[in-house]
Ligand binder design. Structure first.
Ligand code: SAH
Ligand code: SF4
Length: 339
């Protein structure tokens, strides 16, 4: 939604000031899919708006829904032809979480991730980022449901597109626009210390998830090239600073790769690293099953993942196995590749 353009159109039509507020409410809160649905504005203005501008900055190419109706994925075509994906999942009945993209592709190149294989094509604008949320608001309106949480876990590395991501966060939190609570938004990063610091300074209430995946530098560097620049020690320091500023819980993501990072020794290394950060009560490990991306990796078995979890828990690590949703439509974590 191009707010500046909307305001310019309203001004050119000599509309009263309150019109902007009326329209913002209709668009962001009521989730109208067309200006024609806004019944409390003059009909000729509705027609002018329809002619002058769209509500979304992309075209919706297709929406895939899983059989159980709990996950959906939208393929979105940007104005320059690039494709991105946005996912909607219901982790619980009547709770909807939107997973949004912040870049076309990603420069980090993690070996287990489909987005990483594409390389980076370009950053998304704040508008393209928030429009993904707006699209799902419109979609859910048809079934009388609302979005509960927004996570930056789609395509791209949010902390390497900070300018646009921070603008999008501002709009998502703005009570006159989307009006989400900062605590219902999460940003996931592969580990960019400067970005973590900016997030802590500018949005201390937004949740941080760190894609750790390995407790040793050797293995982490192999699968996540970013670790050669920002290694575990750097991340530890970044988290310590983050805690000083926010005193908020951080989620450590750990994708379970069979025979790669799921042995007892790997668990011990993870435990050692997590404990070395201090503030054990503020760290939560999420074990994620690997979703297939056509790479050389295989997911650890369910039983093995449970064992791994139990071992961490015995060692006083706060840990859960995160349910993976959307694999059937290639809409689960790491599977988004704009197709
Ligand atoms: N670039 C950011 C956010 C997008 S990726 C980041 O890496 O954190 C969102 C999450 O999906 C990350 O935790 C990422 O490590 C994880 N992920 C990537 N590929 C995956 C795969 N094939 N299976 C499961 N999780 C994966
Ligand atoms: Fe980029 Fe995240 Fe995928 Fe790594 S996991 S390539 S950082 S999107």
């Amino acid at each position: 939604m191009d707010l500046q353009k909307l305001e310019a159109v309203l001004q050119s039509q000599n509309q009263p000031k309150f019109r902007t507020e009326q329209l913002k409410k209709a668009i962001y809160q009521d989730g109208i899919s067309s200006f024609t649905e806004i019944s409390n504005i003059p009909k000729d203005l509705r027609e002018i708006l329809v002619k002058e501008m769209g509500l979304l900055s992309f075209e919706v190419q297709k929406v895939l829904v899983t059989k159980d109706g709990q996950s959906m994925k939208a393929l979105l075509k940007l104005s320059d032809g690039n494709l991105i994906e946005a996912v909607l999942i219901a982790p619980k009945p009547d709770v909807w979480s939107v997973c949004i993209s912040c870049q076309v592709g990603c420069a980090i190149g993690c070996k287990f991730c489909a987005t990483g294989k594409m390389g980076l094509k370009r950053n998304l604008t704040a508008e393209e980022i928030t429009d993904q949320v707006l699209f799902w608001i419109q979609y859910l309106k048809n079934i009388n449901q609302k979005i509960s949480t927004v996570v930056f876990m789609g395509m791209g590395e949010p902390l390497l597109n900070w300018e646009q991501v921070s603008r999008s966060l501002r709009d998502l939190i703005d009570p006159t626009l989307f009006g989400f609570g900062a605590r219902s938004i999460s940003v996931s990063t592969s580990g960019i210390p400067e970005g973590i610091e900016k997030l802590a300074m500018e949005f201390p209430q937004v949740n941080l998830a760190l894609s750790l995946h390995f407790g040793s530098d050797e293995k982490r560097s192999q699968a996540m090239p970013i670790n050669r620049k920002n290694n575990l020690e750097t991340l530890r320091e970044a988290l310590k600073k983050y805690f000083l500023k926010t005193n908020r819980k951080v989620f450590l993501e750990y994708v379970m790769l069979s025979g790669v990072n799921d042995s007892r020794e790997d668990a011990d290394k993870l435990i050692r690293f997590v404990k070395s950060i201090g503030k054990l009560q503020l760290l939560h490990v999420n074990l994620i099953r690997y979703n297939s991306t056509g790479s050389e990796f295989k997911p650890s078995s369910k039983e093995h993942t449970v064992e791994f979890r139990d071992y961490l828990a015995q060692n006083r690590i706060d840990v859960t196995i995160r349910k993976s949703l959307g694999e059937e439509i290639q809409g689960a974590c790491g599977q988004l590749a704009g197709k």
